[in-house]
Ligand binder design. Structure first.
Ligand SMILES: C[S@@+](CC[C@H](N)C(=O)[O-])C[C@H]1O[C@@H](n2cnc3c(N)ncnc32)[C@H](O)[C@@H]1O
Length: 403
């Protein structure tokens, strides 16, 4: 194998394979292929699933050792995903102008080629998504071609930017959101139409509703609504396994005050509300908080309150309003918590902190800061939410030892 070294520091470097000279004995053939290239979203598909799980278990152990300076942690066995393929409930596709393999003039709709931000690989069937998701994407591409529309190019010409397809796996609902540069296009066959004028990228912007505004999904016993701008775990079926680990670690007896920090649409706190005295959630996306409140109501949950707040600024006012929590659940984005936010969490003096993390390399130093301040890291269990990718989720339990 030849590899090209990218980012490099004193003690580590990142490298990407440039040539595979001889496949390793365990390597299996790629299954998800687009235009002759392996799917950029399934970088680990050449590894049998059992080996992916082993590697992910090791990744979490190494992060705890190297980045958290923990030794002797008895890491619990990784929880595998429910399905190895077709598990994603959301995929974001980009429009591109035709490459050498494509019919001239027709826009393509798929993923950025690995390492080439200016080239889009056309996708016909992505095995990370359901058949229904693939069908919805192909229909929108056909419409774009019939209407003679084009992807926005480097000079700013063209109309089409992105397509986001979300799926309620339990409700069967497919929701499509088209992102374009121009408002003046023929009516698209989608639920939502976002217009981002000018050269800026991204997918957030003023959105017109042409079909269903909310996605309906069920997780465990919860019947949920999800706004277009709100977060939902992308693997519905395995999220239930993740949340049941979090519930087990929270070990609620029935009367605790629970804080659900980074609560999104309330999934974790609402799922634990029946076992707690009261639930308080914080989240900085106001659409998600409106969903969390609506979700509490539609599930008949009366002991949960939600506040729009940045985690850094919102924890102290929440303690003032609600009182000190017994249990805190934290589920931050990949960047984890800043040292200051960890200090705010520590000020809560909760008996237990359940840390749900999509990035063990940021969870490990955060857990170290908590342990140095008087907690014990008593349990860590990885959960594989993203088969065929290097990403790994884990749940950690920190218990307060000092009074
Ligand atoms: C990994 S998601 C978890 C959401 C939820 N717990 C769930 O499982 O669906 C992280 C959430 O944190 C929110 N978030 C990101 N930065 C934040 C901040 N600074 N303060 C509060 N919430 C934030 C995001 O909008 C997102 O909903």
């Amino acid at each position: 194998m030849r590899a090209r070294v990218g980012k490099s520091k004193k003690t580590w470097a990142e490298a990407a394979i440039s040539d595979l000279l001889e496949p390793g004995p365990e390597r299996i053939g790629d299954r998800c292929i687009h235009g002759g290239e392996p799917c950029p979203g399934a970088a680990w598909q050449g590894l049998p699933y059992s080996r992916q799980l082993e590697e992910k278990q090791k990744q979490v152990a190494e992060a705890l050792e190297r980045l958290g300076s923990f030794s002797g942690i008895d890491l619990e066995p990784i929880v595998p995903a429910v399905a190895e393929w077709r598990y994603r409930n959301k995929l974001e596709y980009s429009f591109g102008n035709p490459g050498p393999e494509d019919p001239p003039g027709d826009p393509v709709l798929g993923f950025h080629a690995r390492g080439h931000w200016d080239r889009i690989v056309d996708v016909d069937d992505c095995l990370l998504a359901s058949e229904a998701n693939n069908g919805a994407r192909n229909l929108v591409r056909e419409w774009a071609r019939d209407e003679g529309l084009n992807a926005v190019d480097a000079a700013g010409a063209g109309e089409l930017r992105n397509l986001i397809v979300r799926e309620g796996r339990r409700t069967g609902q497919i929701q499509t959101r088209l992102v374009t540069a121009a408002a003046e296009i023929p009516r698209p066959p989608v639920d939502l139409h976002t217009v981002i004028e000018g050269p800026s990228g991204g997918t957030g912007g003023p959105t017109g509703v042409l079909g269903e505004e909310f996605l309906g999904e069920r997780l465990g016993d919860l019947d949920l609504r999800v706004s277009p701008g709100a977060f939902l775990q992308t693997n519905t079926e395995t999220a239930e396994r993740l949340y049941s680990v979090a519930r087990e670690f929270a070990a609620l007896a029935g009367d605790e005050r629970l804080f659900d920090l980074y609560c999104g649409i309330g999934t974790i706190g609402l799922g634990m509300a029946a076992d707690a005295g009261e639930v308080w959630g914080i989240e900085n996306v106001s659409e998600a908080i409106v969903d969390a409140e609506a979700n509490a109501e539609r599930n008949g949950i009366g002991n949960a309150r939600f506040r729009v707040a940045d985690a850094r600024l919102g924890i102290r006012p929440l303690v003032e309003e609600a009182g000190r929590p017994d249990v805190v659940v934290i589920d931050p984005p990949r960047a984890g918590l800043s040292a200051k936010i960890v200090r705010r969490v520590l000020e809560c003096e909760a008996d237990r902190i359940v840390y749900v993390s999509c990035n063990p390399t940021t969870m490990a130093p955060n857990a170290r800061q908590m342990v140095d301040a008087g907690y014990r890291l008593t349990r860590v269990r990885p959960v594989d939410m993203f088969p065929q990718t290097p990403h790994i989720e884990c749940v950690a339990l920190l218990e307060r030892v000092s009074g």
